[in-house]
Design a protein around this ligand. Structure first.
Ligand code: NAP
Length: 316
């Protein structure tokens, strides 16, 4: 069977894939173009796509004779694939849940600390040679320990963030989630997102992207937050209305923001770049070699199960 891997992946992943498939690895770090998307569906039995490879309904519709039977996505987030349209076109979709959880939670804590404690601003000051020495009222930030965290989307990553915040930093945890959720640590579910926003010192966004969560974090949520509170997004960029976020930061309705993802990624608005109270990371959530290897091996396991006619371990 022919397998297309749409970006270079760690060597152990490629060699495991080559044990089973006739593998083509695309030599380009950008997402697939429309032409490449269409071609992939006619030329390959399985495609291993990732972030930005936009398999939309019109792509499936534009290829009447599809060879592809599985999109084995690299990543837990698959909002770049219209999974319903794929299924209707006879194509299964799988993802890589769990492999990404701890690394993404670690980046969430990085952003929370950097933003609350003004670490980015301080780092820029030192590098610019503008630090004139310690004094008691310099760069005073929000003391995170013991404060209240609000988690939007209490799934695998939301829970891993909450546990780090609760057990590591003594934070109280409140959360908003689509369905009722029992968790193994103290946490209070709040029914309304704006109520949660009003009650917390740090609001962290950990829901999947897609139509259901598009602009979930908008002006009404940001306006409900307290002026000393910070918003952190490690989910998908378009879960947050970036225009509303810039307005809330400009007016001082919230104290700061930490972002790993952007609404029009990789474009980052100049207004955010210009704000000292915003921490900007280049989508680093899972960026560690062992994590990317584990993700790749999981995607290859899904592809291999398909090749062997077995049930798919991580069908979405
Ligand atoms: P997950 O286990 O499926 O958790 C998602 C949670 O969000 C679930 O608890 C779900 O509620 C909740 N949810 C879904 N839609 C909602 C809505 N409209 N309102 C409120 N809550 C909603 O997924 P995960 O593994 O934690 O991953 C979450 C997302 O993180 C991924 O989809 C991906 O986009 C993103 N991510 C980002 C990075 C990065 O590099 N920055 C890395 C990995 C993942 P239910 O209980 O009702 O299902």
């Amino acid at each position: 069977m022919k397998l297309l891997i749409t970006r270079k992946l760690p060597d152990p992943v490629l060699s495991k894939a080559r044990d089973v498939f006739d593998v083509t690895v695309r030599d380009n770090t950008a997402p697939l173009s429309r032409e490449e998307l269409l071609q992939s569906l006619t030329d390959y039995d399985v495609v291993l796509p990732t972030l930005g490879d936009a398999y939309s309904a019109d792509i499936f519709a534009a290829v009447p004779e599809k060879r592809t039977k599985l999109l084995a996505n690299f990543g837990v987030g698959y909002n770049h694939i219209d999974a319903r349209a794929a299924r209707a076109a006879g194509i299964d979709v799988t993802n890589t849940p769990g492999a990404v959880t701890d690394a993404t939670a670690d980046i969430a804590l990085t952003l929370m600390l950097m933003t609350c404690r003004r670490a980015g601003e301080g780092e820029r000051m030192v590098r610019a040679g503008q630090w004139e020495g310690w004094h008691p009222t310099q760069l005073l930030g929000l003391h995170m320990s013991g404060k209240t965290l609000g988690v939007v989307g209490m799934g695998r990553i939301g829970q891993a963030i909450a546990q780090r915040a609760h057990f590591g930093f003594g934070m109280s945890v409140k959360f908003y989630n689509r369905s009722p959720k029992d968790v193994s640590f103290p946490a209070e579910q709040v029914a309304e997102l704006t109520d949660l926003a009003a009650q917390v010192d740090v609001l962290i966004v950990a829901v999947p992207g897609g139509a259901e969560t598009h602009h979930l974090i908008n002006a009404s949520v940001l306006n409900a937050m307290q002026p000393h509170a910070h918003m952190v997004n490690i989910a998908r960029g378009d879960v947050v209305n970036e225009t509303d976020l810039i307005a809330a930061l400009s007016k001082g309705q919230i104290a700061g923001a930490g972002l790993d993802v952007y609404e029009f990624e990789p474009k980052v608005p100049q207004a955010l770049i210009d704000m000292e109270n915003v921490t900007l990371l280049p989508h680093l959530g899972t960026a560690a070699l062992e994590v990317r290897t584990a993700m790749g091996l999981m995607a290859v396991d899904n592809a291999t199960a398909f090749a062997n006619g077995e049930s798919l371990p991580n069908a979405v």
